[in-house]
Ligand binder design. Structure first.
Ligand SMILES: Nc1nc2c(ncn2[C@@H]2O[C@H](COP(=O)(O)OP(=O)(O)OP(=O)(O)O)[C@@H](O)[C@H]2O)c(=O)[nH]1
Ligand SMILES: [Mg+2]
Length: 443
């Protein structure tokens, strides 16, 4: 995420940290580099100027330079200011006292409104809400169908009614939500290529009619300052309650993420990090700053793991490990769980870039490798999976051709499995007295 900017900032700060003593000139020099890095990342020039001058003032003003760890103090100042840029607090969603709460999703064409409506509905239902979704996009023929397909995929009810008046549709959906006891109504709206008067009037009318609790602007992070400009215009007309930045998984440079809160005064509430329906994250300013500075985001990783790892299964696995019954079938389940955490690069990006973990990022265990691992285990018979010792040369050959992988890879996998088994047995010994860890990380 924001890879380029992240790499540059980390390098600048590492150089600074490496110095035993730093002078004003050092700080000046680093600030110049940070300024360039931010501008290159398409951060709004006023935001950059303000950011750099604040960091500089703090770094030079306090007792920083004379302290024992000046470099580290400057890093801390940069981190604090980044958090400030992102809005400091995790904001989350607001709900109305009398349900249903209404969330109005607005934004330019193709920014990700419809997809994000689905993601957010899923996010809410996973947290005990009963959301209903509806599309008021009567202009594009396939738009309503698109939301219905998404809703079906994620098993969320969708309101569909004939009609060509978006405002009427919104009102009917709200009535339906109220009557049927849904506590959140998510309204997906039409997008336009540019902001125009007609669209704004329509959105204003919908907002008035349904008394929207949240008006969230869905903005494409890949479009940088354009996203910031349109957010500003939407905000002026509609008084947004927040922003959702989508496509943060792509090679967005960071301009939108680092400028939008400062420029519009409205918080980023969520970020979209992929095309899958669960690729939506609550936005935490501090964790984002940590990720950018390579300090990791272990908290998000643990939360993610808790979402996808079944506690009972984890307990069962632990017992199996202790009894030395950890089979290749279990190994495959573990691989599947890792894959469910998300693309591996993203998972690794959440780990702090310190010490031995730094090397981990370079190890070639990408998505592909995990997929191959699974394919190989899939090609084994049940007996082989439960007793790896029977896998002789001819069986290895059969498994290789069945999975379309070379024999050497089958061998390597078996070796990895035996090593993992051994290592896990060692580790789990330690848990016996302390109980079950929150989650276990297999390989
Ligand atoms: N990689 C990635 N793709 C995303 C993300 N969010 C949305 N997309 C993709 O962006 C494209 C457009 O998404 P839509 O949800 O149709 O956008 P929209 O704003 O509803 O578009 P209109 O209704 O035409 O205005 C789709 O291909 C989505 O899969 C994200 O966070 N990451
Ligand atoms: Mg749409």
């Amino acid at each position: 995420m924001l890879g380029n900017l992240s790499t540059k900032l980390q390098k600048i700060l590492r150089d600074l940290k490496g110095e035993g003593r730093i002078s004003e000139r050092h700080v000046e020099e680093s600030m110049r580099e940070i300024r360039i890095a931010l501008l290159e990342a398409d951060v709004h020039f006023k935001v950059v100027k303000e950011f750099v001058s604040r960091v500089k003032e703090k770094a030079l003003g306090q007792e920083v330079l004379r302290s024992l760890t000046p470099g580290q103090q400057v890093v801390k100042i940069v981190r604090d200011e980044l958090i400030e840029l992102f809005g400091r607090q995790t904001v989350g969603l607001g709900f109305s006292k009398v349900p249903p709460s209404v969330i109005l999703m607005v934004g330019l064409q193709g920014s990700g409104k419809t997809t994000t409506t689905g993601k957010l509905a899923l996010w809410l239902s996973q947290r005990g809400h009963q959301p209903l979704v509806v599309s008021t996009d009567v202009y594009r023929p396939a738009a309503i169908e698109q939301l219905s397909v998404i809703a079906r995929d994620i098993d969320i009810p969708v309101y569909v009614e004939k009609g060509d008046d978006p405002v009427e549709l919104a009102k009917m959906a709200l009535r339906h939500a109220r009557n049927m006891g849904f506590d959140v109504l998510l309204l997906d709206t039409a997008g336009r290529l540019h902001i125009d008067e007609e669209l704004m009037t329509e959105l204003e009318r919908i907002r008035e009619e349904v008394k929207a609790t949240e008006i969230l602007m869905v903005a494409d992070a890949m479009t940088g300052q354009d996203a910031v400009n349109s957010a500003q215009e939407f905000n002026q007309r509609l008084d947004l309650s927040g922003v959702i930045l989508t496509k943060m998984d792509g090679d967005a440079r960071g301009g939108a993420a680092l400028s939008i809160q400062r420029v519009t005064g409205k918080p980023i509430k969520f970020i979209g990090v992929g095309e899958k329906y669960d690729a939506l994250e609550l936005f935490h300013p501090d964790r984002m700053a940590n990720r950018i500075l390579g300090m990791g985001d272990v908290l998000s990783l643990i939360e993610k793991a808790e979402e996808v790892v079944d506690e009972d299964k984890a307990e069962e696995m632990l017992q199996k490990l202790q009894r030395d019954e950890f089979t290749l079938e279990d190994f495959r389940n573990q691989v599947r769980q890792i894959r469910r955490l998300g693309p591996l690069e993203q998972v690794l990006g959440m780990l702090p870039q310190v010490g031995f973990l730094k090397g981990l990022g370079k190890i070639k265990v990408g998505e592909k490798q995990l997929a191959h691992l699974e394919a190989i285990i899939n090609s084994m018979t049940w007996r082989e999976r439960t007793n790896y010792k029977i896998i002789n040369a001819s069986r290895r050959k059969r498994i290789a051709s069945g999975s379309g992988r070379p024999v050497s890879e089958v061998k390597r996998l078996l070796k990895q499995y035996v090593q993992t088994k051994k290592m896990m047995k060692q580790i789990t010994k330690g848990f016996r007295t302390k109980g079950l860890p929150k989650f276990n990380f297999p390989i």
